[in-house]
Design a protein around this ligand. Structure first.
Ligand code: ZN
Length: 172
């Protein structure tokens, strides 16, 4: 499952990348006009169009594009909508750059010196022997810091909420 997301859903784009999904954003392109037509064409049969724009959604559906319409303003509710519409998996994966969508790779032991010298990350982190990942496309470096614990916790809560709703529908 791959996505193209409209420019009103910037946070959702980041979260989908955190979940490992190949997610292109409308804001990745410098479009001055005809953005709707571009997004529909770009999605084609290859990507699901994720949008809050009902007009764009129905235009895309008429063109045969699979659409996931988002209603909520809150990011966790938006992810919940993605679960019910597209059945996305809510397990975070260190796989994709949240800035540019490229795949990231684990930094090799012999590259750690470069991290220390390059001001990419705090030096004591490199000495602690934790794992790092790099995006070769934009240079961003990732590691499992406290923000990662926070992401895990928020997704765990969301998974529980989704699971409790599923069991409710089963009972009634
Ligand atoms: Zn990147």
């Amino acid at each position: 499952m791959k996505f193209i997301v409209d420019r009103m859903l910037g946070r959702l784009t980041i979260w989908l990348r955190l979940l490992g999904y190949d997610t292109v954003s409308a804001s990745d392109f410098a479009l001055e006009s005809k953005e709707d037509e571009f997004l529909i064409q770009f999605a084609g049969h290859k990507r699901i169009l994720v949008t809050r724009d009902k007009m764009l959604g129905s235009m895309a559906e008429r063109a045969g594009v699979r659409v996931c319409l988002i209603n909520s303003d809150a990011i966790m509710e938006q992810l919940e909508e993605m679960v019910s519409n597209c059945n996305i998996d809510l397990e975070p994966k260190i796989a994709r750059c949240t800035i540019c969508n490229a795949l990231i790779r684990k930094i090799r032991f012999n590259e750690l010196g470069m991290l220390k010298n390059g001001d990419y990350v705090p030096e004591d982190l490199v000495e602690d022997g934790i794992d790092f990942w790099i995006c070769d496309s934009c240079g961003k470096v990732y590691w499992e810091g406290s923000h990662w614990d926070d992401i895990h916790k928020r997704l765990e809560k969301l998974r529980e909420r989704v699971a409790s709703k599923v069991s409710l529908t089963k009972n009634f």
